[in-house]
Design a protein around this ligand. Sequence first.
Ligand code: NDP
Length: 322
Amino acid sequence: MRAIRVHELGGPEVLRYEEVPAPEPGPDQVRVRVEAIGLNFIETYQRTGLYKLPLPFIPGQEFAGTIEALGAQVQGWAVGDRVVTASGSGGYADLALAPASKLVRVPAEVDLKLAAAVLLQGLTAHYLTHSTYPLKAGETCIVTAAAGGVGLLLVQIARRLGARVIGLVSSEEKAALARDAGASEIVFYTRENFAQRARELTEGRGVDVVYDSVGKSTWEQTLDSLRPRGYAVFFGNASGPMPAIEPLALSTRGALFMTRPTLAYYIATEEELAWRAGDLLNWMAAGELRVRVDRELPLAEAAEAHRLLEGRKTTGKVLLIP
Ligand code: NDP
């Protein structure tokens, strides 16, 4: 089969398209014939070595397709079932493995590409707004990269919970998309101090929560934007990893809370995964959650996809097609 493999860490050029052996499913795994792969920022961290994986590796944890082989102990699934996962391995390939416990069934009326486009970023937007800091009607949140893959879903889900959303974006085009998703205020954080704007927009009080996926370039303004006992939810490092933060930096700004959540701990049980994925599929079926596919690229062009994502050139989801 064909796959993208990383033999050494580095820029997008280390993503090599090559012939590799098909993977064999372990006892609790299934092998999926991949129809669409969801590109996620985490794969850039793995490629550069910010997040460590043993070399060589095939990136990709989110993909949709049909089951083609079952591990010896797998129950409840059959060859030919249409599935999507956000917790697979070796996804940038024709064939990839996933734990049976991390599969989501794709209903016949949902396109497999759309399933791959929504799952990982949708689950993330769901846990951030429902579990990490459960948003309540009338509260105000800030969403960084509001026109990104996670961002556009996060804005919509925050709105459906009745919250007011201040969206941070870097361009007019992204501002229009974030507004369309439900952000009532936009701040161009590449040229404005968003903490100052957040104070102005909340009569000096500060916002209830900041969902910050940008990290290095935003963390300080994130802390400065919050109301007393507000929540700094740092869930990504698109601009680079954050420095260490002194606990006193939280107390002096008003007894703040800070957390660094990650998806795996919010879909740890099959019940939790089914709840979140079920909500996403239901909202999509009802036309209440829109998924924006920015573009599809052939798997062989994974390096170009990474360049676009890291270069802030994408809005919404990028899919790779084997
Ligand atoms: P996005 O589509 O959001 O793309 C990243 C965006 O970040 C860019 O478009 C850009 O938007 C913004 N950005 C700000 N500064 C930079 C910079 N210096 N370089 C590049 N981009 C920058 O990606 P994803 O939706 O895939 O992921 C969003 C974030 O969420 C990532 O940080 C990712 O790691 C994180 N994440 C975390 C999860 C978790 O469970 N913890 C799960 C899934 C994603 P703009 O130009 O508007 O600033």
